[in-house]
Design a protein around this ligand. Structure first.
Ligand code: PLP
Length: 396
């Protein structure tokens, strides 16, 4: 069996799972034996992971918030921007994953879809729309889930000056964990990442980066106790003290940072620890090594696979390659299903995905995928493709 379905869901690392299992097994003893409320220790685990994410991305931990999933992060930001009174004329590529537009319905003045071609989100098309001046929110993924096209914000920024009220809200779930991004250099205002794909962490926690300029203009939808600055003497002292009145807390200042967008109650420490493991594993492999490895695998795959005139891979331009690959059949979509079924029979996990007239058999190479895996996959794939050609093309 060769698992290549990372664009749908990642697979938790077994050593990381052992660590988490041992943590979970020890929980009853640790909770009962804790000198102070154990919640404080769980909060500390979450804070350590926040620091780790910030360190990897070279940003301040104040700019990192935990979210349940990508859609929630996108939705929180959409509703906060709407409540702030900022204009909400949203621009979304037409092949974008559902959430990038859906979260804005009911929040946006208007949602405009940029027409794309062959799975490619052309920076010049986005540039053209943004320079017209009507749209001030760009809501899109850094890597397209169906075509695997990786967008270059540097190409968009060449000669373009972002407007004062313009915000780029970027879904990073299809790259984070294998492909790094410089959020500051790319002038991204929010980078939202669920944990369950390339981070190999399907435990109901992800994270988002929020820029200072975005944090300055939006507010969370409500306050929870963990969103507040700690009362004098800390939370334990506050809870034990008989002299406090609830009303005093209503004016307690919010913490300074993206964490005010978190639920503000008990934390998901297990989810955070798995994200921490993903970050550690990525770092151990080497952040840039991971990217080089994945792109080398793609190169190798392209050398080995015989697509002929009947099948095609998106995107063509190496600069826009990601860890996602999609094979389109030019013989008709029914042959994509046949291809997917045959791959499944031979033990390869892939998925079928389509949007706006593009799509095909989608799979991905993680940094844990090896060259041997790719060679084996290409050989088996070639034999299936040959069989499909035989079946589909007229005999001479
Ligand atoms: C680009 C993209 N964004 C978001 C999602 C969904 O993420 P979540 O379930 O974390 O909202 C997916 C895939 O399911 C996706 O491909």
């Amino acid at each position: 069996m060769l698992y290549l379905n990372y664009p749908s869901m990642g697979v938790p690392d077994s050593d990381s799972l052992k660590k988490i299992s041992s943590f979970i097994e020890k929980l009853p003893v640790n909770i009962k034996g804790a000198a102070e409320d154990y919640a404080i220790e769980l909060v500390q685990c979450v804070e350590d992971v926040r620091e780790k994410i910030a360190e990897i991305y070279g940003v301040s931990s104040k700019n990192i918030a935990f979210i349940n999933n990508t859609t929630e992060g996108l939705g929180l930001i959409a509703s906060a921007i709407k409540s702030s009174g900022i204009k909400t004329n949203v621009l979304v590529p037409d092949i974008e994953f559902i959430s990038s537009s859906l979260v804005w319905s009911g929040h946006a003045n208007q949602i405009d879809f940029v027409v794309t071609k062959d799975g490619k989100v052309d920076p010049t098309g986005i540039y053209r729309e943004l320079t017209k001046g009507a749209n001030n929110i760009l809501s899109m993924s850094s890597v397209q889930e169906v075509s695997g096209y990786r967008f270059s914000f540097q190409d968009l920024l060449g000669g373009y000056q972002k407007k004062e009220n313009e915000f780029w809200i970027i879904d990073g779930i299809q790259e984070a964990g294998v492909l790094w991004r410089d959020m500051k250099q790319d002038q991204i205002d929010a980078y939202i990442v669920g944990g369950h794909k390339w981070l190999n962490s399907p435990f109901g926690l992800g994270f988002m980066y929020m820029s200072d300029r975005l944090l300055q203009v939006i507010e969370p939808p409500f306050k929870g106790y963990f969103n507040l600055e700690e009362p004098d003497g800390g939370w334990v002292a506050y809870l034990e003290s008989r002299n406090h009145q609830r009303s005093q807390l209503l004016d307690q200042p919010l913490q300074d940072g993206a964490c005010v967008f978190e639920p503000g109650g008990m934390v998901n420490a297990i989810g955070a620890m798995m994200i921490g493991e993903a970050m550690d594993n990525w770092e151990k492999f080497g952040i840039s090594n991971a990217e080089n490895h994945v792109l080398e695998l793609r190169e190798l795959f392209q050398q080995r696979v015989h697509l002929g005139n009947e099948f095609r891979l998106m995107p063509k331009n190496e600069k826009n390659w990601s860890s996602i690959l999609t094979i389109t059949s030019l013989l008709g979509v029914e042959f994509e299903r046949i291809l997917a079924e045959n791959l499944a029979k031979r033990g390869f996990k892939v998925s079928l995905r389509s949007v706006e007239s593009i799509g095909g058999v989608r799979f991905g190479f993680h940094y844990t995928t090896t060259k041997k895996d790719v060679e084996y996959f290409a050989t088996e794939l070639n034999s299936i493709l040959a069989g499909i050609r035989e079946m589909a093309l007229p005999k001479h």
